[in-house]
Design a binder for this molecule. Structure first.
Ligand SMILES: Cc1cc2nc3c(=O)[nH]c(=O)nc-3n(C[C@H](O)[C@H](O)[C@H](O)COP(=O)(O)O)c2cc1C
Length: 197
């Protein structure tokens, strides 16, 4: 039987984890970005389609390009964070299904000509991979501020022109500064939003 994880891990990933507003000066090494990806990639997606594509804005010019396309206070957050990532979805993900789902190579045909289903599936599965991203970052001791306040069309034009890739959401990343947290917000209790049938 698998033993439960320690309270320390559960707190770090969920119970005491927060969405942060700012970060300490501690740099984020390129190796850590690779470690985040090498964990999140194991999370499940439909037909193992793995639609997530990530653009890491690490350099100051890259962060400035992204910040210019963000709404309100999000721009400043992107500029000040050690790293910001654009989490996007490849709408032509099904090209890779023979490689990624080799035990059912014909699965590629399930998507053929199904534009609405492709979009829905890419959004669903890249969002799941975005959640795996946050969990992986937290497990590695980092913090995130996922954000959807940005100009979607301009991000697509700037980062994904002439490709079938489209932005899902963005996030800042680093070692969080607890001094600037908002007060903790509540969550629903089990009884309020769960149904046992
Ligand atoms: C998909 C998504 C979009 C979000 N968009 C923004 C945003 O545009 N700007 C921002 O400051 N925070 C944004 N947030 C942060 C949420 O408000 C925050 O995660 C939520 O209130 C929970 O906070 P907590 O983790 O500290 O409890 C977003 C979070 C998610 C998951």
């Amino acid at each position: 039987m698998t033993l439960p994880l320690s309270d320390e891990v559960l707190d770090r990933v969920f119970r005491r984890a927060r969405t942060v507003n700012s970060y300490t000066d501690r740099p984020v090494s390129p190796q850590v970005l690779r470690e985040i990806y090498d964990l999140l990639k194991w999370g499940p997606t439909s037909t193992n389609q793995c639609p997530l594509r990530i653009v890491w804005c690490v350099s100051e010019p890259a962060k400035a390009r992204l910040a210019a396309l963000c709404a309100g206070g999000n721009a400043e957050k992107v500029l000040r964070a050690p790293v910001s990532a654009v989490l996007a979805m490849d709408l032509a993900f099904y090209r890779h299904i023979p490689r990624l789902f080799p035990h059912v190579p014909d699965a590629q045909s399930w998507y053929s000509g199904q534009d609405e289903m492709i979009k829905e599936s890419a959004l669903r599965n890249s969002s799941l991979q975005g959640a795996y991203f946050i969990i992986a970052a937290r497990l590695l001791g980092l913090d995130c501020n996922p954000m959807s306040g940005f100009d979607e069309g301009k991000i697509n034009d700037t980062f994904f022109a002439d490709t079938p890739t489209r932005v899902n959401f963005i996030t800042t990343l680093g070692y969080g500064d607890p001094a600037t947290l908002y007060p903790g917000a509540p969550r629903f209790d089990f009884e309020e939003v769960n149904t046992l049938l």
